[in-house]
Design a protein around this ligand. Structure first.
Ligand SMILES: [Zn+2]
Ligand SMILES: [Zn+2]
Length: 63
C-alpha cells in the first residue's frame, strides 16, 4: 500500500523538505496535528484506546 504524505502531520511543513526526525519521534507519543493530505489542522480527541484525529475533508484517523 502506498500512502502519499505531502505534509508532516506534526509540524505541518512539506514532508519532502526539511528534517522531520524529531517530529517522527514525537509522533510516537503524540497524536497528529495536521492532516498529511490537505494540511488542515485536525480535531484531536483523546479516547480510552489512545486518540482519534478528524480531518473535516478526509475523516477520522485512529491509532
Ligand atoms: Zn515535521
Ligand atoms: Zn485532510
Amino acid at each position: 500500500m502506498t500512502v502519499t504524505e505531502e505534509w508532516c502531520d506534526r509540524c505541518g511543513e512539506a514532508a519532502a523538505t526539511g528534517a522531520h526526525g524529531a517530529c517522527a519521534a514525537a509522533r510516537a507519543l503524540e497524536p497528529p496535528r495536521y492532516c498529511t493530505r490537505c494540511r488542515r489542522r485536525m480535531k484531536v480527541q483523546v479516547v480510552p484506546t489512545g486518540w482519534s484525529a478528524v480531518c473535516v475533508e478526509h475523516g477520522e484517523i485512529r491509532c
